[in-house]
Design a protein around this ligand. Sequence first.
Ligand code: GLA
Ligand code: GLA
Length: 677
Amino acid sequence: MAAIHGPRWLRWPSEPARRRLAYGADYNPEQWPREVWEEDVLAMRQAGVNIVSLAIFSWARLQPSADRWDFGWLDQVMDLLHAHGIAVDLATATASPPPWLTAAHPEILPVGHDGRTLWPGARQHWRPTSPVFREHALRLVRAMAERYGSHPALAAWHVNNELGCHNVYDYSDDAATAFRVWLRERYGTVEELNRAWATSFWSQAYGDWAEILPPRLAASYPNPTQQLDFKRFSSDALKHYLRAEREVLTELTPDIPVTTNFMVMGDTKGMNFADWAREVDFVSNDHYLLDGERDELSFSANLTGRLANGDPWFLMEHSTSAVNWQPVNLAKQPGGMVRDSLTHVAYGADAVCFFQWRQSAGGAEKYHSAMVPHAGTDSEVFRSVVDLGATLEALAPIAGTRRRRAQAAIVFDWDSWWASELDSHPTSRLRYRQEALDWYTAFAAAGVRVDVIGSAGEFAHYDLLVAPILHVVPQALADRLTAYVGGGGHLVTTYFSGIVNEHDHVWLGGYPGALRELLGLRIEEFGPLRDGDRVHLDLGVSGTLWSDRIDVTDPDVKIVASYTSGDHTGRPAITTRLAGAGSASYVSTRLGPDGLGPVLAELLAVSGVRPELPEAVAGAVELAVRTGDDADYWFLINRTDESVAVDGVTGEVLRAPCLAEGLTLGPREVCVLRRPH
Ligand code: GLA
Ligand code: GLA
C-alpha cells in the first residue's frame, strides 16, 4: 500500500493508494425518512462526494434510554454509503447528551460564572470535567467502536464535535475540583500558587487547596492570574476529555485515525489549538466566513495548516452559502463558495467538507445553507457543489503535498490573546487577534506570502518574524527571540508586548520588560488613546488605540517614524535596533492594515523578504504554495471582486476556469498552477 499521506490520514475503504481530495459534509440522515437516504446517496455521487461525517448528533437516537440501544438505522446508513463508495468519518456521537441522561443526572449540566445552570434544550450541555458525563459518554464511544470498528466504510473517528463551542467555561463544583487538581500539578504547593497568583494583593492568600475556586462572579475583578490559569485549565480540561475518548478508540481500533474538528476561526478563543494539535492523528478545522472578512478566512486556514505542521489537514465544516448565526446572514456571491474552499486547500486542506449535506426542514439550523438546499438539487447552490466536486477531482495531484513555508511569519500566541484582553488593563479596547489580522492583510496587500505560526514554532525558518501584542513573554520565549535576532532574524513587535511573565506579573524596570534590551528602548507609562483619537506619524500614517512615550536606550536604535501629533509629538513611534545581521523593531501604535503598508515595505526591504508574484498584481492576487515530490503548486487567489490579468507567471493549469482568457482570474476566482521543480 503506497503511502500518499502516511498512516495519520483517512483510511480510505478502497484504492488507498489513489490520490484524491476528500469531499463531503456532515450527514444527518436521522432528520429524514428512509426514502430520502436513497436520493441522498445518488446526489452525493453526482456531486463527487466521497466522505461524510455521520452520527454527530445521534446520541438520543442510538441510545433512546439508559439500557436500550438502537443501531439498526445506522447500520443501514453505513452499509448504504459503503455500497455507493462513500467513506465515513464516524462521530462518537457524544456531542449532545439525550434528555433521559440530563433528567437522571442534572449534575452533568454546565454552570455559568454567575452560578446559573445551563439547561438542556439546545446542545453541548455537559461539563467537560463531569465524571458522570464521562462515564456515560465513554460507554457510548466504546459501543460505537465495538459496533463499527471493522465496518469497511469507516475512514476516521470524529471525536464529539467542536469541543468547547458552547461549554468551554464551566464554573461548577466538578470544575472546581478538577481546577484544584490541575493547579496542584502546575504549582505543587499552595505557597507556590500564592506567589504565582500574587495573592498578597487584596488579602487572597490561600491556606489550603480546598479554598480555591474557579473565578466565579465576584464583587470586583477576580484575580487575573486565577483568570488566566482558569483559561489554561479550561482548554486543558477539554483536551483531556478528547484524550479520554481517543484512548477508548485507539484501544479498540488502533488502525483507525482519530480527529476532532477544531474552530480556528474568528473570535473563538477558548481552546488553545496550538496545544491540541498533537492530540489528533490529523488536524481538522471548521471555518465560517464572517461578513466581509475574507482575509480572516485565509488567516485561519494559514494558521490551521501551520498547527498541522505543514501536513495536510481536513476542512471539516464550512458553508456553501449563508449561515444562520450572524446578525445578518448573506448568501455567498457567485464563485464565493469555490474561492473559500480552494483557499483552505491552498493552505494545506486535503478535504473540503460542509455543514451539512441536506438543509434541515426543522430545527435551529433550518436557515443554514447546505450542499442540497431547501430548493433541492435543481438549484444554483447544488450546481456549484457539483462543479466544486469536479474541480477537486482535477486537483487530485496535490493530495498529500505539503505547505511551502513563506519567508515571513506572524506569531499567534494563545497566552497573549488571553492575557492581553483581561480586565483592568490600560484599555479595554485592545483586540489581540485583530492586530495580528491587520498585519496579515498588510502582507496580502503587499503581495507577500506569510505564514501564521504558533509561538512554539521554529522561528529560525523565517527571515522576518512579526509578533504583534506578544504580551506574555516568559524568560524562555525572550531567550528564543533574542537568539533569533542574534542569528540574523528580523523581529517586529508592537505595543503592549513583553509586558508580563507566564504568571501575568509585570517585568519590572520599564516596558517592554522582557524585550526592553532586545528592542533597545524603555517606556515608563502606557499611552492608550480615547475612542476616535488619532496620533499622526511623520511617515504619513496615523495610529489609534495606543501610543507609547519611548526613550531610546541603545545607540544602535534607528528611529523609523516619529509622532507628529498627540502627547508624544517629536518622540519615536516606530524603532529598529540593528543587532549584527538581525534587527528588532517596535511599533507603538495601532496603524491598521493600510497604515502598516509603508512600515511593512521598510521591514521587507531590511529583511530581504520578496514578493513572488509580479508587482502589478500585488494586493489583488494572493499566492499560496504547496509542494510535492516533483512540483510546486501555486494557488493564485483573486482577493477582489474584479477580473485580474496575471502576466509573467507560468505553469501547467490544473484548474480550468482561468484558462478562459489566458491567465485572467475572474472575480473571486482561483487558479492552480503546477510548476515542476
Ligand atoms: C458548527 C457545528 C455544526 C453547525 C455549524 C453551523 O460548526 O459543528 O453542527 O452548528 O456550526 O454553522
Ligand atoms: C478604591 C480602593 C483602592 C483601589 C482604588 C483603585 O479607591 O479603595 O483599594 O482599588 O479604588 O482606583
